[in-house]
Ligand binder design. Structure first.
Ligand code: G6P
Length: 483
């Protein structure tokens, strides 16, 4: 591969691709744009740049599509789907990535009992290696005749081993910049992972030119983790770079954001207005406390419900006057912990309703499903938006809510969401473990004078508008790697 001064080719690699395919009756395929923040964020940028996207085929139709289309342009993106061995894929996704790595990153294991690293986990680790190798090979094959400069952006914890495998295949000519969407915890959290797995991940990431994180805290934690576990890694006092075997690897913060124009356009669509009317009819004149999340233990939905129960208990005047609405998107239901979590949410909400409901009022309404228009519609009319994760890389709901809300709604924001570093000054801060203070924050938000609400809401909106997702992407590809 030779490089010229031309516009670079951007290669995005992620587990979940930008499209899913459906086989039509006549044997042709229909492409549907996938859900999820990453896809939305990156998909919008393909119009501006030459983008190739390498992802895994997730369904039977995806696999069939991949068989017929080794590399195909779909809605402006050159798409390549790899078709992994199913057993390897299951081990990589359902055992190693979710839950093992995800739970370590978000501090979710109940350490006295879990996880159990068994022989099956080690077999699953081999699956993780195989899938990462397959990604690296697919990327290397796709760029072998490329004459433009190439920047490869492997996304997230599914693909930690790609930098090293890819480097071994393509050498130093290619710029490799993984981006990690989830929090990077400090060295102690990584003791759960056996040393060979942990070191393989760290060493692979140090084959990149630069590793991107959501916040400076995550970048700093990464530097510390490498220093702590790898005798050859040094930072010489730097918080955002590591020297490893004569190479300097940067660790930088690129806080992700939303596609501002697109979200605002969706907020104005008829469909959104229709859904908003339906919601308003249901809510009546009550004040709306909203949450929108994937069904995900790190989102702390149970403690959010307990805090709401506390509000109704301690301040009976709110009974019949407030409505909690939780819009919950199903996620990773193949993983036991997620199924159990959903059951616990429904049980807790049921108990709150059983205790406080009257003939006209259901205190908590849970809607399970994936309807982005409905989520935006609800965010427009919420009085309080509850974002209380125990750990979260960024949390785009906080940003979407601040952008589209039309009622000077108050944001209750966990200090452990990445968004806190940008938005914390104008939100009410929540310690996610502290149910008592979360109740009090709900009360304060509901009592806040209009002028203060307005000032906070305006400041939050301006913050989100300043850091569009385009900046996030451009900062990563335009900033020259320093030696
Ligand atoms: C969330 C996380 C991302 C992650 C994605 C994977 O959106 O914030 O960091 O890549 O989930 O979700 P999936 O549904 O593909 O397991």
């Amino acid at each position: 591969m030779t490089t010229t001064g031309a516009e670079p080719l951007i290669v995005i690699a992620s587990n979940r691709g930008p499209f899913t395919f459906k086989t039509k009756k006549d044997g042709t395929f229909q492409a549907k744009r996938g859900a999820g923040g990453l896809v939305t964020a990156l998909g919008a940028l393909a119009q501006q740049y030459q983008v190739m996207w390498v992802a895994a085929a997730l369904s039977k139709s995806d696999r069939d599509w991949a068989l017929h289309h080794p590399l195909q342009t779909v809605q402006g993106i050159d798409l390549k789907l790899i078709t992994p061995n199913k057993e390897d894929y299951d081990r990589y996704y359902n055992v190693i990535a979710n839950p093992l790595l995800w739970f370590i990153h978000h501090g979710l294991w109940e350490i006295p009992r879990h996880p159990l690293i068994t022989e099956a986990t080690w077999q699953a680790w081999q699956g993780y290696i195989n899938i990462n190798r397959a990604f690296a090979k697919a990327i290397a094959n796709s760029i072998q005749d490329e004459t433009r400069p190439v920047i490869v952006l492997p996304q997230d914890y599914h693909l930690y081993l790609v930098p090293q495998f890819l480097r071994e295949l393509v050498g130093d000519a290619v710029q490799i910049q993984p981006f990690i969407h989830i929090p990077w915890p400090g060295p102690d959290s990584w003791r759960i992972l056996p040393a060979p797995m942990r070191n393989a991940i760290l060493i692979s990431l140090l084959h990149a030119n630069r590793v991107g994180f959501q916040t400076q805290k995550d970048a700093f934690n990464f530097v510390q983790t490498c220093r702590f576990y790898l005798p050859d890694a040094h930072s010489h006092g730097s918080r955002d770079s590591i020297e490893y075997k004569d190479k300097r690897v940067q660790a930088r913060a690129y806080p992700i954001s939303v596609d501002v124009e697109k979200v605002l356009a969706i907020a104005n669509e008829n469909q959104t207005q229709l859904l908003q009317n339906q919601l308003m009819q249901y809510i009546g004149g009550r004040r709306l406390i909203l949450r929108v999340d994937r069904i995900e233990p790190s989102k702390n939905i149970l403690r959010g419900l307990e805090a709401y129960r506390g509000l109704l208990e301690k301040y009976p005047a709110y009974r019949g006057k407030v409505q909690m609405l939780a819009l919950l998107v199903p996620s990773r239901m193949e993983v036991d912990e997620y199924q159990t979590y959903l059951k616990d949410i429904m049980a807790t909400a049921g108990l709150i309703n059983a205790k406080f409901s009257d003939e006209l009022w259901e205190p908590v309404r849970i809607i399970v499903g994936n309807n982005y228009h409905r989520a935006i519609a609800a965010m427009q009319i919420s009085d309080v938006l509850l974002v209380n994760p125990v750990a979260d890389g960024m949390n785009l709901v906080a940003k979407e809510g601040a952008l589209v809300n039309a009622r000077d709604g108050v944001l209750l924001l966990s200090e452990f969401a990445g968004a806190f570093f940008e938005m914390g000054d104008h939100a009410l801060t929540i310690s996610p473990f502290d149910i008592h203070s979360t109740t009090e924050a709900m009360h304060r938000a509901l009592q806040m004078p209009p002028a203060e609400r307005h000032a906070r809401a305006e400041a939050l909106r301006a913050t989100v508008k300043r850091n569009n997702v385009r900046h996030w992407f451009e900062n990563q590809i335009q900033e020259e790697a320093k030696p």
